[in-house]
Design a binder for this molecule. Structure first.
Ligand code: NAG
Ligand code: NAG
Ligand code: NAG
Ligand code: NAG
Ligand code: NAG
Ligand code: NAG
Ligand code: NAG
Ligand code: NAG
Ligand code: NAG
Ligand code: NAG
Length: 618
């Protein structure tokens, strides 16, 4: 489900009621809520209940299965579970939840203290090495509910459920103390390189880490019941390791930390945990005909996980300030459209960055060889799917225009190789983690994909001022534009990204905008006679088609979904593309009329229902 299609639409929808609303947190948000989501497999969620966090719910990987991550607090000798569940622990009470683009905050009460659990999935659009680090934070602030000091201990553990989709697989684990931190790690005893079961990577290592400065920190690895009982009993762990390596689901070995905060009225700084899921290499990519296994970009700054974890924890307060600044800017920019829009952005922006893997060359060519891959985490596991990229592209352009180019490049690179012979654009690069290219017959989506690729290629060049991609892949782009000239005006037999043939107006508009984009690409690259003629020729065709499109699609008071049909209408979200490209291809009055139509068709109640539906299904 591509929420971004709806986000684009919402920009249009909301544009008639823009009253700036500046809020730090979203006023409504979906359930489930994200805990930490970063990179293709570090993906954790929890179900909340009517905007209130609920202790006792097991975290899970979106659309897949349960994850083992339990957090608990012991207050005046009584133990309360905060996330996940455990026999003989009380359940903390959820008070409130809040969400920003990078953070989910759960406010809970346990006995006589209140606490905030803040899960941070850093978004670092200006530092891709940091963005590529598959780690997030859990920061816990505690304050007394009755202004009196209370005896407080914290606990958190992870199980092997992160590292395999099959709990019969054997895991091994260890605990390491560095000069700055302590961390646990666990992995399959026999990793399956590039393997996946039930959507879980079979070649990952999971980490849980704390700074060495954590108050009276203790650790243990043991069966979940043993470790948690010892904490409940003593408020600390035994600093021992049961190293009987066994199946993930055999008595569920857990890797645990406890911190003893003593008698406190409040924490002066948060207690911080880092959770990470590391894979190396992350994808197999076909480059210049050869397959290569590509390491994550963070390797260029940190040779070892130890070094990465030490810096990640040491930099917590910087990372938190960056996250707050980033959130404030996003919420402020989105709030200028509307409050509802900033809610949607708060709930979805993390997901546009989370599925990205930044990779570098196996040989250590760090500068010239960055490739960025997006995993469709919805249901398909496709790599750099064109429809998803198109929908999310405005977000990438907003965050960092160069990033948008790095997402396009692998698609362009593969399709300009001899391995690709289709006359139209491919839908994706294959299925995660094998970016081998997709040469299957996807002709039904040819207009859709050619149009999207041309629009994105021009949008990237315009917004970044960098013509490298359109120059390097000119021939490919021109081929796709020529395909559109023949096929887009009446796209009989073609399907849109929504996988339906009854949306010809929306699909044709994308193709026509693609031809217009080719005219601009051509114009940017050449001023010789032949080039000028081509520029004029694409421009004339696009203008002519746009006129014909209006005759066929525009009924005077709205755009029909399907040419000639007066009975159906729909979300013509490709109207956004001419706006994005600053094109005058479609006259202003069409936008105004269509906006009025939406308003007239969506009574307030229905509008609210759709808004909530989008939040629930994002
Ligand atoms: C969800 O919240 C409602 C209203 O506060 C409450 O009645 C219900 O018991 C809660 N459900 C769960 C599963 O916690
Ligand atoms: C707890 O989180 C809320 C947001 O839900 C925030 O307003 C509040 O300041 C936080 N309190 C502390 C002590 O961090
Ligand atoms: C985009 O990312 C690159 C690489 O990290 C960085 O050099 C550049 O400053 C970023 N641009 C913006 C606008 O953040
Ligand atoms: C865990 O401990 C609880 C309480 O002591 C007990 O009821 C339960 O059977 C134990 N579970 C396992 C799997 O050992
Ligand atoms: C380690 O855990 C296993 C599985 O629960 C258990 O059978 C074994 O007795 C434990 N070893 C020690 C030394 O406690
Ligand atoms: C992270 O911390 C290290 C020292 O531990 C420092 O050298 C580095 O500049 C920091 N990086 C960021 C992005 O804060
Ligand atoms: C969202 O829209 C609804 C209905 O249009 C309105 O009642 C509500 O106040 C809006 N919320 C925000 C945060 O602007
Ligand atoms: C090619 O793309 C189609 C549509 O996205 C997808 O169903 C198919 O699995 C892909 N083929 C390969 C080899 O990945
Ligand atoms: C399109 O829809 C058809 C029929 O519902 C389905 O069989 C097919 O898998 C869908 N194709 C894609 C690429 O989603
Ligand atoms: C450009 O088009 C004009 C008029 O159609 C034609 O006379 C001229 O030869 C063309 N120039 C080139 C270099 O193709």
């Amino acid at each position: 489900m591509a929420i971004h299609d709806h986000l684009l639409l919402l920009v249009v929808l909301f544009s008639w009621t823009s009253s700036p609303v500046l809020a730090q947190y979203a006023s409504s948000f979906p359930s489930p809520m994200s805990m930490i989501t970063k990179t293709a497999y570090l993906n954790s969620w929890t179900q909340i209940n009517s905007s209130v966090p609920t202790a006792g719910n097991t975290p899970f990987f979106w659309g897949r299965q349960d994850l083992g991550w339990m957090t608990a607090i012991r207050v005046d000798g009584t133990s309360y579970v905060l996330t996940a569940s455990q026999n003989n622990f009380q359940l903390a009470q959820g008070l409130a939840a809040a969400i920003t683009p990078t953070r989910s905050v759960f406010t809970m009460q346990a006995g006589s203290v209140n606490l905030n659990l803040t899960y941070i999935s850093p978004i670092e659009p200006s530092d891709w090495v940091l963005q590529s680090l598959p780690f997030g934070y859990l920061a816990i602030d505690i304050w007394s509910a009755d202004d009196k000091p209370h005896s407080v201990q914290l606990y958190s553990d992870i199980s092997g459920q992160w590292i395999s989709g099959n709990q019969g697989n054997v895991m091994t684990w260890s605990t390491t103390t560095t000069a700055k931190s302590i961390y646990h790690q666990a992995a399959r005893q026999q990793k399956a390189a590039m393997g996946e079961i039930q959507g879980f990577a079979e070649d990952s290592t999971v980490y849980l880490a704390v700074p060495l400065s954590t108050p009276f920190v203790t650790h243990q690895t043991a069966s979940f019941n043993v470790s948690r009982s010892i904490f409940a009993e003593n408020g600390k762990l035994d600093n021992t390791a049961n190293t009987t390596y066994r199946a993930i689901g055999k008595d569920y070995p857990v890797l645990a930390f406890a911190a003893d905060l003593g008698n406190i009225e409040k924490t002066s700084s948060p207690i911080v945990f880092a959770l990470g899921l590391v894979r190396d290499p992350v994808v197999t990519y076909r480059k210049n005909g050869a397959l290569e296994n590509r390491p994550p970009l963070f390797r260029t700054r940190w040779k070892t996980e130890t070094a990465a974890i030490d810096d990640f924890l040491a930099n917590f307060s910087n990372a938190l300030s960056r996250a707050i600044d980033f959130d404030t800017k996003i919420m402020s920019d989105a709030g200028k459209v509307s409050g509802n829009y900033s809610d949607l952005v708060a709930a979805s922006l993390r997901q546009t960055m989370a599925p990205l893997e930044f990779t570098t060359a196996p040989n250590g060519d760090f500068d010239g060889d960055l490739r960025v891959f997006l995993k469709d985490l919805g249901t398909t596991d496709r790599i750099n799917p064109v429809d998803t990229l198109y929908a999310a592209f405005p977000a990438y352009l907003y965050l960092n225009t160069s990033l948008a180019g790095h997402l396009l490049e692998p698609l362009l690179e593969f399709q300009s190789s001899s391995g690709y012979t289709n006359a139209y654009a491919a839908p994706d690069l294959g299925t995660w983690p094998n970016a081998l290219g997709n040469t299957t017959d996807q002709k039904a989506f040819a207009v859709e994909n050619c149009g999207s690729m041309l629009i994105m290629a021009l949008a990237h060049a315009q917004k970044s001022g960098d013509g490298t991609l359109i120059q390097k892949y000119y021939k490919l782009l021109k081929g796709w534009a020529d395909y559109l000239v023949t096929n887009t005006l009446v796209p009989t037999g073609y399907l849109s990204a929504d996988n339906t043939s009854s949306t010809t107006s929306n699909l044709a508009l994308k193709g026509i905008t693609g031809i217009w984009a080719m005219s601009k690409i051509n114009e940017a690259l050449g001023s010789t006679g032949t080039q000028n003629n081509l520029t004029q020729s694409y421009l004339a065709t696009a203008k002519d088609y746009a006129k014909q499109w209006q005759t066929r699609a525009f009924l005077g008071d709205h755009i029909a979904s399907d040419y000639g049909s007066s009975t159906n209408w729909g979300l013509i979200y490709n109207l956004y593309a001419p706006k994005l490209l600053n094109s005058d291809l479609i006259p202003e009055n069409i936008f105004d009329t269509q906006a009025s139509w939406y308003r007239s068709q969506l009574p307030k109640g229905l509008f609210d229902a759709i808004y909530l539906l989008i939040l629930r299904t994002h």
